[in-house]
Design a protein around this ligand. Structure first.
Ligand code: DC
Length: 231
């Protein structure tokens, strides 16, 4: 296939608000290109889980940073997704709980913590061939990424997607999810360090009316045309 040889590997940054479908799409694009998928939200979630379990408040920056310095976070490809290991322990099943989702934006605002995680994310992308999703990938983590996508969808649609994904397991209503997502958007957009922002050179994809396959195909075609352009 044209443009997918090992020598012309590129990096792909996918940013956007919570619940826009970034991780599903990023994973599928990575599979199609045989690239590595890096879910940076999972890294912030793993840190948050650890801090909550240890009873360390997001207000106590010093303690958060000190604790995070001794944490080892690894992402490992697994079947159609990714395992998140925290100090060698698989925490994947726990990082998407409502409790972690509600707290993560508060920890993600801490500048020193972001610096640590951004360093790790950059190392993961050094050899190219990475599809990385998050909030600040195109603007801060990989400003030189060859392809930058900003994926969004209405708050209603994003809440509905999360609701279907979660099922009844946590007893959270659709209305509550809408409120949570709107609150998280605000925190992510208004924080001082690396706020959620569309990079000037990103392609904006409003996926409210699109199927996952349409989104994946659009991004994939764009990647192939970029790779061909690089030759
Ligand atoms: O994508 P997600 O919902 O799993 O992300 C969890 C939280 O982590 C989200 O509220 C914002 C934060 N985050 C961030 O600040 N920067 C990133 N690159 C990725 C996620």
């Amino acid at each position: 296939m044209k443009g997918t040889g090992k020598n012309d590997r590129i990096n792909i940054a996918i940013d956007g608000p919570a619940g826009a479908g970034k991780s599903t799409v990023a994973r599928m694009v990575a599979n199609k290109l045989q690239y590595i998928y890096v879910d940076t939200g999972a890294m912030y979630r793993a840190v948050t889980l650890f801090m909550l379990n240890e009873g360390i408040s997001s207000e106590n920056h010093e303690k958060v940073l000190q604790t995070a310095q001794n944490m080892v976070i690894e992402l490992k490809p697994y079947e159609n997704g990714q395992l998140v290991l925290l100090n060698g322990k698989d925490v994947t099943p726990y990082i998407r709980s409502h409790q972690v989702s509600s707290a993560v934006s508060r920890y993600a605002q801490i500048e020193g913590l972001r610096t640590q995680l951004v360093d790790l994310q950059r190392q993961m992308a050094l050899r190219k061939g990475v599809v990385m999703d998050g909030r600040d990938i195109g603007t801060t983590v990989l400003p030189d990424a060859e392809v930058k996508i900003f994926m969004t969808a209405s708050v209603k649609e994003r809440a509905l997607r999360r609701f279907k994904e979660m099922g009844d397991a946590e007893g959270v209503s659709l209305e509550q999810l809408e409120l949570d997502i709107a609150a998280r958007d605000r925190l992510d957009q208004e924080r001082e360090v690396s706020p959620l922002r569309c990079a000037d050179d990103a392609i904006v994809l409003d996926t409210t009316q699109m199927t996952i396959h349409e989104v994946v195909d659009t991004i994939f075609s764009y990647c192939i045309s970029q790779m061909d352009g690089e030759k």
